[in-house]
Design a protein around this ligand. Structure first.
Ligand code: C5P
Length: 233
């Protein structure tokens, strides 16, 4: 299913993560995102363990290296049977093509591969003054997304507010995976450009990545259900 709510499991260790997932026993198994902190802390076994519990997994490691290194690393990640992985689009088309090659299993199947265009923590000023990119942020995002499409990737991570820009540059089937989600009646935390699950759906997000609105909720299962009700098409 190419539309879903992905819970960002930003926990420091295996025990906390599994205790959180235990709450969903008996209900729909959520699609979960495992990031650098948990993967580097708990190792690849945490991926195998969560997979064995029946969850789909987005392994958010944002690879960025020379093509050969990325290809070989992707081969290892693909063998972990994850469902979605990502790279930085700034690694350019040859690196993204190599990532895709490494991910493709002997039987032709592979996880979804998406690209980070520009980190949302990068401001327009940093883009120009530190990274020396003279194009605008939107032009950079649209071009990086188009490069990802040319390399054969499935989509990009972006703000829900950028989904239309990406779909315009890459077509309606190119996936947008969007964090920065908050319920209408909740705190923004450290996120700046936020939208509700319902608004993200209207703006064309294919997957929303939701962390604290679910993980820090008094009732995470109810918060997850609310996201599904608002978002899933
Ligand atoms: O708790 P919250 O809902 O803000 O979590 C959002 C998740 O999405 C975190 O894992 C965060 O690192 C990730 N993310 C993000 N913005 C990006 C890329 C990833 O918030 N541009």
């Amino acid at each position: 299913m190419n539309s879903d709510v992905i819970i960002a499991c930003d926990f420091p260790d295996r025990e906390t993560t599994l205790a959180f997932l235990d709450r969903f026993a008996g209900s729909r198994k959520p699609f979960v995102k495992i990031g650098m902190e948990l993967f580097y802390g708990a190792g690849p076994d945490i991926v195998r363990e969560i997979k064995a519990r029946g969850h789909r997994i987005f392994l958010d490691l944002k690879l960025h290296d020379i093509p050969n290194t990325v290809k070989k690393a992707m081969r290892v990640l693909s063998a972990l049977d994850v469902d979605m992985v990502n790279v930085h689009a700034s690694g350019a088309i040859p690196m993204m093509e190599a990532a895709l090659e490494g991910l493709t299993r002997p039987d032709g199947t592979r996880p979804l591969l998406i690209a980070v265009t520009q980190l949302t923590s990068t401001s327009e000023e940093v883009l120009h003054r530190q990274l020396l990119v003279q194009a605008s942020m939107n032009e950079t995002i649209a071009t990086y997304a188009a490069n990802a499409r040319k390399a054969g990737l499935d989509g990009v991570v972006c703000s829900p507010l950028e989904s239309a820009l990406v779909k315009e540059a890459c077509g309606p089937d190119f996936l947008t995976v969007t964090p920065g989600i908050r319920f209408a009646d909740a705190a923004a935390d450290d996120q700046v450009r936020i939208t509700t699950p319902a608004r993200a759906r209207e703006l064309g997000s294919d997957f929303i990545v939701v962390g604290r609105p679910i993980t820090a909720a008094a009732d995470p299962v109810a918060a997850y259900q609310r996201c599904l009700e608002e978002f899933v098409h």
